[in-house]
Design a protein around this ligand. Structure first.
Ligand SMILES: Cc1cc2nc3c(=O)[nH]c(=O)nc-3n(C[C@H](O)[C@H](O)[C@H](O)COP(=O)(O)OP(=O)(O)OC[C@H]3O[C@@H](n4cnc5c(N)ncnc54)[C@H](O)[C@@H]3O)c2cc1C
Length: 412
């Protein structure tokens, strides 16, 4: 008799959905992945951090990354808009050895690579088809799809991104992370953006400016993704805010001199939140569907892939029982929240001018800078040595609000 608890419906084939599909299919589950868009498709979220490397190995795609043409990323650079002061975080100089590099990925290609691997592992992929509604019937899920068909499955994994199909169905409560003003991002791919020479050519560059910050992510020999994250004036067209900010900042002006936009600008707005719970008896939320953190430290794909890996392990463990215990549900929610909390500490100090001034004046006394490098690489599951160093670094950032340990830099 067929295993009654082995059928899984995965909503969405971004990194979270495809990764969960690969891992569950590899463990012998019957997996249907439903993706509403046709691939390849544009998606934001192109800079990875080394903490994704073990999951990419688990998924069997690590050895395909160079061949797919993705650029190696050895570190990250943070600058002020005048270009005078720069901090270069080199992953290899982290407190935790290993993970010396990862990749910058054009998402159209990366997501296709993962989805191809999911098909290879045995997933059935329905695309372009959206999950319209979900209901539970006798312990099974019944989904209605946009092509008019229906699907039943024992498990539902919602990897549908920030739109979250299942959270809406279940009426889960969303909360925000901080009390900072709402932000939006405006971004595009460009030809002719400057690069660092040699090994640093694949670095992400983050430039702090008065209205927010820019990212510059090299994607291949020619193309670079550049975006502005800002609270900026709502009445202004986003692409005008982008152009105005580039023109107003000496570093960006020089970095983008002669650059040519390769398509229409994209905009994403108001994006940080988390759901009240990430799992129930026979459902789990993965990646952005569970929670979305400000992208300044490139943690989104890491959180998506690591949640998929954790979810697949839990389903395997619960296969006989057919349901997650309350402890497993809470453990999953806590595990993701713990990863997010570490990255969120970095995000908070980035937006606090006093914290950011400390970040931009690194000292390796007590290996504090090495510890920060490790967190930037995504080592959120901290051992004791990393934990106390990171705590001390955050305490110094907070103390800088009261005692002028590091001078506050005026943003230009
Ligand atoms: C401005 C900005 C910059 C970012 N920069 C970075 C970065 O540099 N590095 C990084 O790691 N992360 C970054 N992120 C975050 C990153 O984009 C996400 O965290 C990541 O894509 C999450 O993956 P996911 O699989 O959870 O969701 P997604 O990648 O969003 O995939 C969800 C999929 O579900 C599909 N879907 C939605 N609804 C349905 C439905 N009803 N039925 C079927 N399919 C459906 C969608 O079509 C989509 O393909 C950034 C985000 C923003 C907003």
């Amino acid at each position: 008799m067929a295993d009654p608890h082995s059928s899984c419906l995965i909503i969405g084939a971004g990194p979270a959905g495809a990764a969960a599909g690969i891992l569950l299919a590899q463990s012998g589950h019957r997996v249907v992945v439903v993706e509403k868009q046709d691939y390849p498709r544009f998606h934001v979220g192109e800079s990875l951090i080394p903490a994704v490397n073990p999951v990419l190995k688990e998924l069997g795609v690590w050895d395909r990354m160079d061949g797919a043409g993705f650029l190696r990323k050895y570190g990250a650079e943070f600058l002020y808009g005048d270009g005078e002061q720069m901090v270069h975080n080199v992953f290899a100089n982290g407190f935790v050895p290993g993970y010396e590099f990862t990749y910058e990925v054009e998402r159209a290609k990366f997501d296709q690579l993962l989805l191809d691997r999911a098909k290879e592992a045995g997933c059935e992929v329905r695309q372009p088809v959206a999950v319209k509604s979900l209901m539970q019937e006798n312990g099974q899920w019944r989904a209605t799809l946009s092509d008019g068909s229906e699907l039943t499955a024992h498990w539902v994994l919602d990897a549908s991104g920030r739109g979250g199909v299942l959270p809406r169905t279940l009426g889960l409560k969303r909360s925000g992370f901080d009390h900072l003003p709402k932000r939006y991002a405006v971004f595009n791919h460009f030809r002719g953006v400057r690069r660092r020479p040699g090994r640093e050519a694949g670095n992400i560059t983050i430039v702090r400016v008065p209205v927010g910050w820019f990212w510059s992510i090299p994607l291949d020999a020619e193309r670079t993704s550049v975006g502005l994250v800002t609270t900026g004036a709502k009445q202004q067209r986003p692409e005008d805010a982008f152009a105005e900010s580039v023109a107003a900042n000496p570093f960006m002006r020089d970095w983008m001199a002669g650059a040519e936009a390769l398509g229409d600008f994209h905009v994403e707005a108001d994006y940080s939140f988390r759901q009240s719970q990430f799992a129930g008896d026979n459902w789990l939320l993965l990646g952005d569907s569970a929670c979305f953190l400000d992208p300044v430290f490139s943690s989104g794909v890491y959180l998506a892939l690591s949640s998929a890996s954790s979810a697949a392990k839990l389903i395997n463990e619960a296969r006989e029982r057919g349901a997650l215990t309350p402890a497993e549900q809470q453990g999953y929610t806590r595990q993701i929240n713990d990863r997010v909390a570490v990255m969120n500490e970095l995000v908070s100090l980035f937006y606090d001018p006093h914290g950011f001034s400390v970040f931009m004046s690194p000292t390796n006394t007590l290996q504090l800078f090495a510890a920060v490098n490790s967190i930037i690489a995504g080592h959120t599951q901290m051992g004791p040595g990393l934990r106390w160093r990171f705590r001390l670094f955050c305490a110094i950032c907070r103390l800088n609000r009261r005692l002028p340990l590091v001078p506050l830099v005026e943003l230009s």
